[in-house]
Design a protein around this ligand. Sequence first.
Ligand SMILES: Cc1cc2nc3c(=O)[nH]c(=O)nc-3n(C[C@H](O)[C@H](O)[C@H](O)COP(=O)(O)OP(=O)(O)OC[C@H]3O[C@@H](n4cnc5c(N)ncnc54)[C@H](O)[C@@H]3O)c2cc1C
Length: 443
Amino acid sequence: MSQLEHKTFNQKITRRDLIKVFGAVAVAGSGIFGASKQAFAKSAAHVVVLGGGVGGATFAKYLRFADPDVKITIIEQYPEYITCLRSNDVIIGMHTLDELTFNLDTIKSKYNVNVIIDTVVGADFDQKTVRTAKGQSIRYDKLVVSPGIDFKFEDYEGYTAEMAEGDFPHAYKAGSQTLKLREQLLALPQGGTAIIATPQNPFRCPPGPYERASFFAEHFKLHNPTAKLIVLDPKDSFTKDVPFKKAWERLYGYKSDNALIEWVSGSDGGRVVRLDAKNMSVETDGGVYKADLINIIPNQRAGALAQNLGLTNASGWCPIERNTMESSLHKEVYVLGDSSIADAMPKSGYSANSQAKVCAQAIADTLKGDAPGTAIYSNVCYSLAGQNYGVSIAAIYEVRDGLIQPKGKSAGVSEITDKAAQPILEAVYQKNWQREFVKDVFS
Ligand SMILES: Cc1cc2nc3c(=O)[nH]c(=O)nc-3n(C[C@H](O)[C@H](O)[C@H](O)COP(=O)(O)OP(=O)(O)OC[C@H]3O[C@@H](n4cnc5c(N)ncnc54)[C@H](O)[C@@H]3O)c2cc1C
């Protein structure tokens, strides 16, 4: 979390501000992002999109709205996409993976987008071509890259990608690991101990580990009341920590003698440095913790494809021009979503969707010979601290002093009040938002 993001997360906002934010988001959701003017000119250009997840699929759809004639191709490695959104719900049986599974059929047929299922293995930025595993070479005029994240297993002695596919799933890309973690939660012995180790900033979905922790605690409350979860954190604060911790107090006895959940901060030695798989323990800066279930969510960097294409800098993420999402390292190449360095914007699906809309309009403008407009982005992240207890964070972003920063007083988190209905309503908003969001991306 950047200092700026940190400040935003801890800043309270008024109800009036929230309404302003959600009002603006509703407008943003209709696709009016960073538009200097509508781009209707005919274009024979070929825009190739690498990755058909949240960023890539949204981009292709919204570029079609902005330019009816441009040729658009998405290259995606898998025929089906499982959203990470709601994947924590699968761990506690609130949803199935089938309900989270989408494909690019509608993007292809409704928006006239060419879809190639293949893995991209390289690119030649001088020749403007990309290469795929099946041996195709595809020429582009503009290249858009949205490959998600990769994990830094090397930050943990004794933990590997192979182990994550086996008995130590991180379950931070939805799929078989999500189901494995569910199995492990259900199999936890009565009175057992579980550990969730959270990553260092920045990482995909900043509230994700804490929503997962809440779900573990709720599961224990219902089915295993003498069990305990220990959250080991390399950080001293986290997104929405004030409303999350209030929810943990209210629901799971946080900080009491019978707490179902304990949180160990970085200053208290919460950073995990080693996994001892044989003895089912982790070593942190502060000591050794034994558990029956160990879920390490590793530190992260830009998707492997972005690294292989040379789009990352020393931070491991992709620097971009803030008004267009064009790579600062390679002209005519744009990076969206989790892989990009978007300053105060969290790495969320909502952010990727918002960036994709800005980028689509910027490319449409450029192809028409116009200068791109000034970008406005937005993000709302809803999380559940229990199945019927929602917490949220929201902001509108502008480019100021060369950085993407919250605009005015638009940023804030759920207020803590005594109104019992408030978190219940936020949980309803969360469910409705997720249902509508995937439609905006894939339909
Ligand atoms: C547990 C959890 C819960 C979450 N909940 C929320 C939420 O409630 N709200 C929210 O806004 N966000 C949420 N997120 C975050 C959200 O899932 C990501 O921020 C979002 O998916 C980022 O979009 P992206 O386009 O950058 O990457 P992705 O959506 O991951 O898309 C990347 C795509 O690129 C493809 N790809 C990668 N490499 C190649 C290659 N070499 N060739 C071809 N294709 C390739 C991949 O197969 C994938 O389809 C959550 C994440 C997690 C882990």
